[in-house]
Design a protein around this ligand. Structure first.
Ligand SMILES: C[S@@+](CC[C@H](N)C(=O)[O-])C[C@H]1O[C@@H](n2cnc3c(N)ncnc32)[C@H](O)[C@@H]1O
Length: 221
């Protein structure tokens, strides 16, 4: 399996706006209860497990945990104000069916047991428009291959982008992969449990159309 180059960061910022005292407090006192560890994932073995990479402000992750309380969601995000924002949403609910990794997904991806996930969500990953930065894009052939190794047979990758060439690129990777079968024919329709995110709202305001892909892993053995 590929080792991802830690210097080739797929994210732009970890701290944007200054952290408010309330956000600092959430990160210091609430986050530790939900911190991802491989042991915890294995311990919660009775639950179906899903991974969301780059959950932003956490709207979609929160919606999934609320509508599917029987499942376990691993949410990964480097942006600290985003993590705090998700913890604020959670504070108003009774849900505890999630674990959070507050850093680069590459630090934990290899620790997630192979063939353990039912699904992976990668929604509106950072576009990295400029040609010289395109290699920073989160979704590429290598990463799709790595994500596949973490999926159970029949598991899915749900991808969304409002950047035409990014979407077409990932669609091509999925189409060329003999083990992935794209499920949706209407790319304007999101997957089950989708809820419009802050980033998606911004793309609507800026007249970019969001497109969605859901691919199922159909390996033979
Ligand atoms: C454009 S935002 C989209 C956020 C959210 N999915 C949405 O739809 O609103 C992409 C997010 O991915 C996060 N991200 C990028 N690379 C990451 C990485 N390697 N590990 C974890 N998060 C990452 C960024 O911090 C950012 O919040």
């Amino acid at each position: 399996m590929p080792e991802f180059n830690k210097l080739n960061r797929t994210f732009a910022r970890r701290i944007g706006k200054r952290l408010s005292n309330q956000n600092k407090e959430l990160l210091a006192n609430v986050l530790p209860t939900y911190l991802f560890s491989n042991e915890l994932v294995t311990f919660k073995s009775h639950q179906k497990k899903y991974l969301e990479i780059g959950f932003g402000m956490g709207e979609h992750l929160f919606n999934q945990i609320v509508i599917n309380p029987e499942n376990l969601y691993i949410g990964v995000e480097v942006y600290l104000n985003g993590i705090a924002s998700f913890l604020k949403l959670v504070a108003k609910s009774q849900n505890d069916n999630f674990l959070i990794w507050p850093n680069d997904v590459d630090m934990i991806l290899k620790d997630i047991p192979n063939r353990s996930l039912e699904g992976v969500y990668v929604l509106f990953p950072d576009p990295w428009h400029k040609r010289r930065y395109m290699k920073k894009r989160l979704m590429n052939k290598e990463r799709v291959e790595f994500l596949k190794s973490k999926l159970k047979t029949g598991g899915f990758i749900a991808f969304a982008s409002d950047i035409e060439d990014y979407f077409e690129n990932v669609k091509k990777i999925f189409l060329e992969d003999k083990e992935l079968i794209i499920q949706n024919t209407d790319f304007l329709l999101p997957h089950a449990g989708y809820i419009i995110t802050k980033y998606h709202q911004k793309s609507i305001r800026e007249n970019r159309e969001a497109q969605f892909l859901q691919a199922i892993l159909a390996r033979e053995t």
